[in-house]
Design a protein around this ligand. Sequence first.
Ligand SMILES: C[S@@+](CC[C@H](N)C(=O)[O-])C[C@H]1O[C@@H](n2cnc3c(N)ncnc32)[C@H](O)[C@@H]1O
Length: 264
Amino acid sequence: MTTEEVYLHPEDYDLELADRDVHDLPFWISVMHAEKPRSVLEVGCGTGRLTVPLARDGANQRYLVSGIDPEQPMLERAMSRRSRLPADVRDALSLFQGDIRTVRLQTTFDVVLMPYGAAHHLLTLDDQLTAWRNARRHLREGGLFALDVDAPNMGVLHRLMKGTPRHRDLDAVIPSGRKLQRTVASRYSPSTQRAVHDYRYHATDPDGTQRCYTSTFEMHVYFPRELELLCLATGLRCERLLGSYEGAAFDDRSAQMILMARAC
Ligand SMILES: C[S@@+](CC[C@H](N)C(=O)[O-])C[C@H]1O[C@@H](n2cnc3c(N)ncnc32)[C@H](O)[C@@H]1O
């Protein structure tokens, strides 16, 4: 299964993320400090952007981190990062190939985390229910299921309904001389709650080698009540819905929806 072509180019994924101002890590670390878990599962761990610093924190705070991802190239990059870690951090981190809809790890966790929009990849109600149920199955009683997705912005979605013209949304260079440029054209269908972002990547290596490819990101657009209902249907209780990584409650201006739910 390949959800997005860019996941076959994990070095581009990391460069793209480095160019964005994503500041979710301190929030997730603070969640761990409040929860004091012994074990954490990160669903959709990708290249280990969050997984590795969480494992570093886990080595200090005495919790173990496991990460799953269906995409072999992303996971290989996470594994390579893991191999360069000090032994105590490496020992606190396990990585597996797996899809949250089907994976069966023979253990339960205190926290199951599905960060940075991984849940947008679950396109159908059946996918979502299956994923939520399986996350619940991997939680101990009272454990925390937490995820973040983009909040639905009606202004943006309205523009996307007409289809946005192709435009450049990324132009990044790293000190090694690697360049990554990207253009995107997007559209949104309200009847299916699906946004489709049609990306075109143009990567230039320091030796001048160029690679161009397209990567289509089909994302389910969640609405707040939907997150609550998915929890209600799968043995989870929505405890809090936050609207930012600073911990503000979700409101009309929030850019994110951060779901914190308990296994009950
Ligand atoms: C936006 S990336 C986030 C990666 C990483 N957590 C981060 O913060 O950089 C979403 C990840 O979810 C993974 N993913 C997509 N569908 C999935 C599924 N059904 N089960 C588990 N992971 C999935 C993708 O392969 C991708 O690595």
